[in-house]
Design a protein around this ligand. Structure first.
Ligand code: ATP
Length: 643
């Protein structure tokens, strides 16, 4: 939530437009500035007027637009590159992970386990060379113990491999948990969720959190162990190779690796971009599926399945095309990595061939030479294998790069929001909501209410009316701090205003939790007692519905169940019970009783007023007027009348 939308001002700084007795209509006064609008009259200190200085308004909006553009560049503008930006983003992911000790422990355990396993693999690898020797020398006495050793080593190697897979899986899970928790802690706090979702600069944030993080964690856990262990093993096998084949062996293999690395780098670049796009298409596809599920009833009534199928197929095609592009780009990389891996065994024969043809092993017998060739082949093939494994990780690294980009982009967007100056949570004067010279506009820049000044004092409930699309909800959002005014200022105390949208929000939970949602409000943790719950349910006329649902206050139900088992009117009543529970100074009701019958609406408004809650309501129902002292009528042209 962009709480910086408020400018701190004291009430004495207000220069309010005239509000004559009986109200004032909008008056355009070309040529004068908002400061020329005169002083508040003695009996009324607020009013409503159209902004006159439209040039200033336009200039102000321009600057807002540029700001948001800058934010976009800073936030998600930098995308899927292989260069410094990606390295920086990967480092950031690592920082987040390394701050969590469990990740460090798992990684360390995995590296140690992998090293131990490598020792076992080494002994398994030199077995053929020993068999060559024992069989070549027809040493029957040594054959039995060698066979037993071989079975033991192979069993150990199998166990090591299975154990490592387990540890790598657990590391992936731990990484996922930490990355997701970190993202939650930044995304689900202080209005960030709304700002990201309504800002629209980050596609499918839910998919980034639910899917991309999981894929990143899984791939990264596998890549990580390979990459961490590679220098140790490469060093060890380089020395071994040197000892067997002299300096030419390692040199030949290192040269071979450099060529392979360059070819891989070249083949890898396009994949990351495609992985990023595939993830984006996956997110859109999933969103389409969720929407169809959410509106299943409406689609069934309309018989709209055929249209939905067409749209779902279109979304599927996007995913499939993106996936095909990824698979296509992987062909080139696969070719490079496979050729590199298979050519590796040939290189190993070159490595042993050089000292043999140079006559270095001329003194060896046939059996000794066979054993040496076998040992050398193992050592150099293993060295090549280590290099090719590093190169093969690049294939996974391309995926990791795509996932990292999507996740860190979301963090960067949150950084941008964090960097915006924040208003104090208690900005404003207790017991009033006020706006001065305020222009309300949609995020797309459409001006809905221009130059409005008003003050809602405690005990003076305000009813906002106007035709559809006039901007009533937008005005309420601005007064409650969800949107920033395009011009002018809004002052209110966030801990005084409780907002109820037209569509009630009933999350997973018990009836008690529904009443006391969000559980913490205005710095207070509160839980509804049994007696309170019964009283509130009576006040909003929900006793029967509660009985119908089993009468238990603590039975957990899914969000879908709440949606299905309570009618829209009953859901709205339950939401009103929440307001009565929290007893805020102000309740902002955005058509929150639109689904109630007339008697029910009167009863809940009566209960709210009796509880001493000042209402700022949007309603199309004539009956609502008697519960409000003041009225603001929007004309749909940017103007309004207050009386
Ligand atoms: N997030 C948004 N982005 C772009 N335009 C928006 C957004 N929210 C609202 N609008 C536009 O602003 C205008 C006013 O919408 P708003 O919901 O405030 O009207 P309203 O008076 O509450 O309408 P109704 O009586 O139908 O509820 C509409 O044209 C709407 O399309």
């Amino acid at each position: 939530m962009n709480t910086n939308y408020f400018t701190r001002k004291h009430s004495e700084e207000f220069e309010l437009p005239i509000s004559q007795t009986g109200g004032v209509s909008n008056s355009r006064r070309s040529g004068s500035s908002s400061r020329d609008w005169g002083r508040p009259s003695s009996d009324s200190d607020d009013g409503c007027a159209l902004l006159v200085n439209s040039t200033a308004g336009a200039a102000s909006y321009e600057s807002l637009d540029i700001e948001s553009h800058k934010a976009e560049k800073g936030g998600s503008g930098k995308q899927f590159t292989m260069g410094a930006v990606l390295v920086g983003r990967m480092r950031r992911v690592w920082q987040v992970l390394s701050e969590r000790s469990r990740i460090g422990l798992w990684s360390l355990g995995l590296v140690l386990g992998k090293l131990a396993a490598e020792v076992v693999y080494y002994y398994a690898g030199i077995m053929p060379s020993e068999f060559y020797r024992v069989l070549g020398e027809r040493d029957q006495g040594a054959f039995g113990p060698l066979l037993a050793r071989c079975v033991g080593v192979v069993a150990l190697a199998g166990m090591s491999k299975a154990g490592l897979e387990y540890a790598s899986g657990m590391l992936g899970v731990a990484m996922r948990r930490e990355l997701t928790r970190y993202t939650h802690s930044r995304y689900l706090q202080g209005g960030r969720l709304y700002a990201v979702v309504s800002g629209g600069r980050i596609d499918n944030p839910d998919q980034r959190i639910a899917q991309d993080v999981e894929r990143l964690a899984r791939s990264a856990a596998e890549v990580l162990t390979e990459v961490l262990i590679a220098p140790l093993l490469i060093g060890y096998y380089t020395v071994k190779c040197w000892m067997i084949s002299g300096v030419f062996g390692p040199l030949a293999i290192y040269g071979y690796f450099v060529v392979g690395a360059i070819a891989t780098r070249w083949a890898m670049a396009p994949i990351m971009r495609q992985v990023y796009r595939q993830e984006q298409a996956e997110g859109d596809f999933r969103f389409a599926q969720v929407r169809v599920r959410e509106f299943a009833e409406a689609i069934a009534f309309y018989g709209g399945e055929a249209t939905e199928r067409k749209q779902a197929d279109v979304a599927l095609e996007q995913v499939v095309k993106a996936q095909q592009r990824v698979v296509g780009r992987q062909l080139g990389l696969g070719l490079v990595t496979q050729v590199f891996a298979y050519l590796g065994s040939t290189v190993s024969y070159v490595v042993i061939g050089i000292p043999i043809f140079m006559g270095i092993y001329d003194d060896k017998s046939g059996t000794e030479l066979s054993s040496l060739i076998s040992l050398s082949a193992f050592v150099s093939i293993y060295l090549v294998f280590r290099f090719s494994s590093v190169i093969e990780q690049s294939k996974r690294l391309a995926d990791v790069g795509g996932y990292v980009t999507r996740i860190v982009q979301l963090w960067e967007e949150l950084d941008v929001l964090d960097a915006e100056p924040q208003s104090e949570p208690d900005a404003g004067i207790a017991g009033q909501i006020s706006a001065v010279d305020m222009t309300v506009a949609t995020p797309t820049g459409k001006r809905l209410v221009v130059g409005l000044s008003l003050r809602v004092k405690q005990g003076q409930s305000l009813l906002i009316t106007g035709p559809n699309g006039a901007g009533k909800t937008s005005l309420l959002r601005t007064l409650c701090g969800l949107w920033r005014p395009l011009q002018g200022t809004v002052q209110m105390r966030r801990d005084e205003v409780f907002f109820l949208p037209q569509t009630p929000y009933l999350p997973h939970g018990s009836l008690r939790e529904q009443i006391s949602y969000p559980g913490v409000w205005a710095g207070k943790h509160r839980k509804c007692s049994d007696a309170q719950a019964v009283q509130l349910l009576q006040l909003v006329g929900l006793e029967q519905a509660a009985r119908r649902m089993g009468g238990s206050l603590d039975m957990q139900r899914s969000a879908l169940e709440w949606q299905q088992r309570l009618s829209p009117g009953e859901q709205q009543r339950l939401a009103v019970a929440r307001v009565l529970f929290w007893q805020p100074t102000f309740a902002a009701l955005d058509e929150s009783t639109s689904a109630l019958d007339a008697a029910g609406e009167a009863a809940v408004y009566g209960a709210l007023v009796a509880a001493g809650i000042t209402l700022v309501s949007v309603s199309h129902h004539a009956g609502a007027a008697e519960f409000h002292q003041r009225r603001l009528a929007l004309d749909g042209q940017g103007g309004c009348t207050l009386w």
